[in-house]
Design a protein around this ligand. Structure first.
Ligand code: WTA
Length: 574
């Protein structure tokens, strides 16, 4: 199916925790992984303890846990510091009655306070709900409402986007900022942190108790709350070892925001479960600043995304030479297909292979990966990690032979598998409609060596710069604009971003198509929903193709866009 299959980049492999890659499925056991955790002996479970306090108890309190850089701050925190700060904030949360099972959201730019808040929320046994700072009113409200969040940690700058009056369950706002006006239900973060004790009891939970709720997009309906439990730490820890290859003394940088699952599972949990230094950089992407971050912090393991690597490639080789990147030992990528030419370029310019990893918000952790020790076939996502059984199956659950394209499916369960879609059991069950399997919604095929090759999505979910965008959410926002009668949204292939969001729009009576109107409509989505959901391209149409039941046929829009045959039109309106 792919002419690239024969090509293997197997030289330059770093030392690896897996040794020579062997198919270890038979003798692998998750129980061996459990033995790494203190709760295997104590019976007391809390991910925040395992990630922070355990290292302090082991005498590593002075080791650096967090290196934070953004254009305005440059700060270092040890594991001891994070233990004290998360305890303080845990006490602040408890003073407002926050306890086990409550949903507490965080909505702020990357900052030490964000990481402290997430740890503290987990420490008190509450379920943390991370939101992207780019979210606007509607996006914030939908998520807080659906989850029944009782509290939100946010900044004074972002506060105007929180429609408190429409959120009766939201009782507490913890505000990070200056000059906070005292008000009922509003807590001044810095002020209360100063007064709070740095000692706190940890809320011991069960392995199946709630940890985190990540909202993510599907092709229909509002974003869904993917619910993960503390048990997920098994996967975070294990993949941190065999995929990220984390070792004592590593300086690790995951470029993802905690608003996205990569920014929590691998931007918080995996590195700290391993007790390594975690680099966090705020601010926007810029090749120079990012290389500078590697140089300055002496990053050894770097986890980023295809869009970023494509932009680095676009920025060229010369800029690479201006920085000392010699501390790098291992580079990984996630979120969208990693183009073979990017792997080749990375190998030439960085001297390292970029290791693709495949997983999803719903899977909670990496499942199909290129290990440090295995030969890489550029363009392939790699092989299932030990403990994970992946296959290509047809719609009836029949396992297909190599080179046949079908549903990428995973044998259930695994430690970090989502346990619920919040408030939406039918949605959850859809993923498990074939007994014994989790159906990912991706299509792929497996080659004769057991490598998996991504082919596409089954549904209409758009992947723009690695971020999942649900067309329905964008369409819903578009039709709120006074000029828009109907809207259909698709992903249009783009060399840098993977896909961009394109909207087809029919206008209401009295509105005429114009470039200004396009710009205004796009801005409307940007300001109402979020920047990454705003259409970069808009095309006006007199009418949109619809089914007889009134559903806009995105498949037909896509076919128009790509000049492809529209396929079966038997359900079209007329
Ligand atoms: C896509 C959380 C190709 C895929 C990490 C998946 C990928 C969706 C890869 C999940 C990859 C993720 N190669 N496609 N290595 N990794 N995807 O939940 O379609 O935001 O279903 O990602 O991204 O998106 P999510």
């Amino acid at each position: 199916m792919s002419q690239l299959q024969g090509e293997i980049i197997s030289v330059g492999a770093p030392s690896s925790n897996l040794g020579d890659y062997v198919e270890t499925y038979d003798n692998f056991s998750w129980e061996d992984v459990e033995k790494q955790f203190s709760w295997y002996e104590t019976g007391k479970v809390n991910l925040a303890y395992e990630a922070i306090d355990r290292h302090v108890d082991a005498g590593k309190g002075d080791q650096i846990a967090l290196r934070f850089n953004d254009p305005t701050r440059d700060e270092t925190y040890t594991f001891g510091d994070l233990q004290a700060k998360s305890n303080q904030f845990a006490n602040v949360l408890r003073s407002r009655g926050i306890s086990k099972g409550d949903r507490v959201f965080v909505f702020m730019p990357r900052s030490p306070e964000l990481y402290v808040s997430i740890l503290a929320i987990i420490k008190v046994g509450a379920v943390v709900g991370p939101l992207f700072e780019a979210f606007m009113e509607t996006a914030v409200k939908d998520r807080l409402e659906d989850s029944g969040a009782v509290a939100l940690v946010t900044t004074t700058a972002l506060l105007p986007r929180v429609k408190r009056k429409e959120l009766p369950l939201l009782q507490h706002l913890f505000l990070v900022g200056k000059d906070i006006v005292p008000e009922k239900g509003v807590v001044d973060y810095y002020k209360e942190m100063e007064l709070a004790s740095p000692e706190a009891e940890i809320e011991w939970v069960n392995r199946e108790d709630g940890l985190i709720l990540h909202y993510t997009s599907g092709s229909t309906g509002k974003p869904k709350g993917v619910y993960h439990v503390h048990n997920a730490m098994l996967q975070h820890y294990y993949t941190g070892k065999v995929v990220l290859d984390l070792k004592e003394g590593d300086v690790y940088w995951c470029t993802a925001d905690p608003g996205w699952v990569t920014g929590t599972s691998y931007g918080i949990f995996a590195p700290w479960l391993h007790g390594v230094t975690n680099v966090v950089r705020g601010g926007r992407f810029s090749p120079g600043d990012w290389y500078e971050t590697i140089q300055k912090n002496k990053v050894s393991v770097w986890y980023s995304a295809p869009t970023a690597f494509r932009m680095f490639m676009g920025a060229g080789e010369d800029i690479v030479k201006q920085y000392d990147l010699s501390t790098l030992r291992h580079i990984l990528s996630v979120g969208e297909p990693l183009n073979p030419e990017v792997v080749r370029w990375g190998y030439k310019v960085y001297g390292h292979r970029i290791h693709d990893t495949w997983w999803m918000t719903e899977t909670g952790g990496q499942l199909i990966c290129n290990y440090p020790s295995m030969p890489i076939k550029p363009g392939s996502m790699g092989k299932p990690v030990p403990g994970i059984h992946a296959a290509i199956i047809d719609d009836n659950g029949k396992v297909l032979p190599p080179h046949r394209m079908g549903n990428l499916a995973i044998r259930t369960p695994w430690p970090s598998m989502m346990r619920l879609i919040w408030n939406n059991a039918p949605k959850y069950e859809e993923y498990f409609r074939i007994p014994g399997w989790y159906i990912s919604g991706d299509t792929a095929y497996m080659d004769e060596d057991g490598y998996f090759w991504f082919q596409g999505r089954i549904d209409d979910v758009i992947n723009s710069s690695g971020e999942r965008v649900g067309p329905f959410e964008v369409e819903s926002k578009l039709v709120e604009h006074p000029a828009v009668a109907e809207a259909g949204v698709i992903g249009k292939p783009d060399p840098t971003r993977g896909e961009i969001i394109k909207a087809f729009i029919s206008l209401r009576e009295g509105f005429a198509p114009s470039e200004e109107l396009k710009a205004e409509i796009s801005r409307f989505v940007k300001e109402g929903l979020s920047a990454h959901a705003a259409p970069r391209e808009i095309e006006f149409k007199d009418r949109l193709p619809k089914t007889r039941s009134g559903k806009i046929m995105r498949r037909v829009l896509k076919a128009w866009e790509l000049n492809l045959p529209a396929g079966d039109l038997s359900t079209i309106e007329d």
